[in-house]
Every structure is written in structure tokens, then in C-alpha cells.
Design a protein around this ligand. Structure first.
Ligand SMILES: NC(=O)C1=CN([C@@H]2O[C@H](COP(=O)(O)OP(=O)(O)OC[C@H]3O[C@@H](n4cnc5c(N)ncnc54)[C@H](OP(=O)(O)O)[C@@H]3O)[C@@H](O)[C@H]2O)C=CC1
Ligand SMILES: Nc1nc(=O)c2c([nH]1)NC[C@@H]1CN(c3ccc(C(=O)N[C@@H](CCC(=O)O)C(=O)O)cc3)C=[N+]21
Ligand SMILES: [Mg+2]
Length: 297
């Protein structure tokens, strides 16, 4: 059996097209252009790449992109002051503070300083709480993108057994909450889980968000399972160049899974598309405009 490839890049292109249409509609009918502010503290090269590509996509769909690059030794008070300024700025509909932050900054404190209605990452405690209680929330982009692809490939998810590997606040936990809201039976695995292969072997859906290259082995999977690989790992190759791989041993998994996301070209592009969709939704809500259907959750 060879798995269907879940083409996240193509899926994201469709979503971005729809986002662009809504942006253009907002402009024509309301004279409003949604804006996304991205804040990067420090010089982490990988983060710089993401921030640049987020900015490019934002402009491509017709929105305003505001980038703030602060030095690694920025004081917490300075960062909080910038967030407060962005909270108060009506041209800013979405605020993203790139994670991880440098050690001396309190991540939870900083994220919770963002106006929850502008928290397009869905990381604020009030959005996390809304999601956990099954209420309408700003949903974290990566799990939201994963859910959209799962709905497309599995149809109704009710009753399926989903194993989420990883319990971070930004991927694993919200992914588990979303799947629970879809009436999946959800198992959340982490570094202390015993007999992980046995859990994975019972799963109809596997979401890998571990941060370890090629961690999930092909033989762990149940035949026909749907595999979502969130991992982004840059590994050194023999010839000194680097290559991007996921948390799943893709080459082995593709002969056993029913459907699988590649890395790159799977979850990553969907994350960015969902970020922009969340920003349009945030803009509509603040102006009491009907929220575009099918754009977010
Ligand atoms: N494609 C995209 O858009 C995005 C990709 N990513 C990528 O996804 C991956 C996960 O990101 P993130 O959630 O932030 O990572 P974290 O490091 O915050 O979390 C990793 C999770 O994996 C668990 N884990 C670690 N080792 C094992 C193990 N041996 N067995 C089982 N579980 C284990 C950890 O368990 P414990 O809690 O016990 O430590 C933890 O819960 C990374 O590769 C990241 O780069 C992240 C965000 C967006
Ligand atoms: N506040 C915050 N929100 C985030 O959403 C957030 C964050 N911090 N910190 C870092 C992680 C990581 N992340 C990715 C987004 C897109 C790709 C992506 O588009 N990847 C491409 C490849 C990119 C490449 O070639 O490096 C792909 O998978 O095809 C990857 C990773 C968002 N994150
Ligand atoms: Mg983390």
C-alpha cells in the first residue's frame, strides 16, 4: 500500500486564495485592510526565516504586515510596552510574538499581555481556556491546519482513535483539544509515555509533534492510518549540507499509512495560511462584521 500524500502546500494555496478574496472584499466594502504585527526578539536564524516568510505571505494576500525586530537583550518591560502599543493600535488586528523567547523573558507573561481578540496564535490563556471548554476561540494555527487536513482526508472524525505525540502548549495540547471536540478518542503521549509503539499501533490518526527527527517508525503504524507530521528538524547530511525532515520516518511510513503529510510541504505551509485566516477573522470580529465561513474552524 502506498499512502496518499497530503499536499499541505496545495491546500494552503487554496486557503490563501480564499483569505485574499476576503481581504479584497473587506477593502472594497468597508475600506478596511487587516494588519498583522510580528514581533521577533533576538537573532535566531530559523525564526528570522519564518518571520520573513510570514511577512511575505501577509503582503501577498493584501494585508498590512508590521515587523518588529528587537535585540536579544530587550527588557521584559520594553517588550510589554510594545505589546500594549500594538493592543491599542486599531490598524493591528493580529499580534504574533515569535517563540521561543530569550531565557530572561517570561513567555507566559508576555503572551498573556496580548489582547486575546488579537491573539492570532491562540496562545493566550483565555483562548486556551475557551478551546478547552469547547467554546469559540482563536485556535492555534498549527493544530488548526492539521485539523483542516484531517477533515479533508478522513471526513467525519467521530469515534476515531487519535494519538497525539507531544504535549506542548502550542501544538500537542491544543491539537488534542480540537480532536476531542471532534469526538475522537484521544491519547496524548509524551517523553514519559511507556510502550509508545503499542499506542501508535492502535491509532487511526497519528499526530507527531515531538521535535526529534524520524522518531516515529513505519512499523509502529496501523495499516491505513492517517499520519500528520508536525516536526520541523534540520539535519546534517553526509556531504555537509542540511535537509529538513519531520518527526516521522516518512520513507518507511508511506508504505503502511493510508495518508501522510510530507516535510517540507505539509503542516508548515498550512500553519502560515491559518495565521492569516485567523487575522482576517479577528479583523471581522472587531468591526462586528460577519465572519467569513470556512476560513478558520
Ligand atoms: N510545522 C509547523 O508549523 C510547526 C512545527 N513545529 C515543530 O513541531 C515539533 C514540536 O514542537 P513543540 O511542540 O513546540 O515542541 P516541544 O519541544 O515544546 O514539545 C515536544 C513534545 O514532545 C515530547 N517528547 C519529547 N521526546 C519524546 C519521546 N522520546 N517520546 C515521546 N514524546 C516525546 C515532549 O514531552 P515532555 O512534555 O514530556 O517533555 C513534549 O511534550 C518541533 O519539531 C517543531 O519544530 C512547531 C510549531 C509549528
Ligand atoms: N508565536 C509563534 N507562532 C508560531 O506559529 C511559531 C512560532 N512562534 N515559533 C516557531 C514555530 C515554527 N513555525 C513554523 C511555521 C511554518 C513553517 C513552514 O512553513 N515550513 C515549511 C518549510 C520552511 C523551511 O524550508 O524552513 C514547510 O514545512 O514546508 C515551519 C514552522 C511556526 N511557529
Ligand atoms: Mg516549545
Amino acid at each position: 500500500m502506498t499512502a496518499r500524500i497530503i499536499d499541505g502546500k496545495a491546500f494552503a494555496a487554496v486557503l490563501l486564495e480564499s483569505v485574499a478574496e476576503h481581504v479584497s472584499h473587506l477593502k472594497q466594502t468597508q475600506g478596511i485592510t487587516p494588519g498583522l504585527a510580528v514581533v521577533l526578539v533576538g537573532e535566531d536564524p530559523a525564526s528570522q526565516v519564518y518571520v520573513r516568510s510570514k511577512g511575505q505571505r501577509t503582503v501577498e494576500v493584501g494585508m498590512h504586515s508590521y515587523e518588529y525586530r528587537l535585540p536579544a537583550d530587550t527588557l521584559e518591560a520594553e517588550l510589554l510596552a510594545l505589546i500594549e502599543q500594538l493592543n491599542l493600535d486599531p490598524s493591528v488586528n493580529g499580534i504574533l510574538v515569535q517563540l521561543p523567547l530569550p531565557q530572561h523573558l517570561d513567555e507566559a507573561l508576555v503572551i498573556n499581555a496580548i489582547d486575546p481578540s488579537k491573539d492570532v496564535d491562540g496562545f493566550h490563556i483565555s483562548n486556551a481556556g475557551l478551546l478547552a471548554t469547547g467554546q469559540r476561540a482563536m485556535v492555534p494555527c498549527t493544530p488548526l491546519g492539521c485539523l483542516m487536513m484531517l477533515r479533508e482526508y478522513c471526513g467525519n472524525l467521530a469515534g476515531l482513535h487519535a494519538v497525539v505525540i507531544g504535549r506542548s502548549n502550542i501544538v500537542g495540547k491544543p491539537m488534542a483539544q480540537l480532536l476531542l471536540n471532534e469526538s475522537c478518542t484521544v491519547t496524548v503521549a509524551h517523553s514519559r509515555t511507556r510502550n509508545l509503539p503499542d499506542f501508535v499501533n492502535g491509532a487511526d490518526i497519528v499526530v507527531a509533534a515531538v521535535g526529534r527527527p524520524l522518531f516515529v517508525k513505519g512499523e509502529w503504524l496501523k495499516t491505513g492510518a492517517t499520519v500528520i507530521d508536525v516536526g520541523i528538524n534540520r539535519i546534517e547530511q553526509g556531504d555537509g549540507t542540511t535537509r529538513l525532515v519531520g518527526d516521522v520516518d516518512y520513507d518507511a511510513a508511506k508504505d503502511i499509512a493510508g495518508a501522510i503529510t510530507p516535510v517540507p510541504g505539509g503542516v508548515g505551509p498550512m500553519t502560515i495560511a491559518c495565521l492569516l485566516a485567523n487575522t482576517v477573522a479577528a479583523c471581522c470580529r472587531v468591526h462586528f462584521l460577519p465572519e467569513p465561513a470556512g476560513l478558520t474552524a
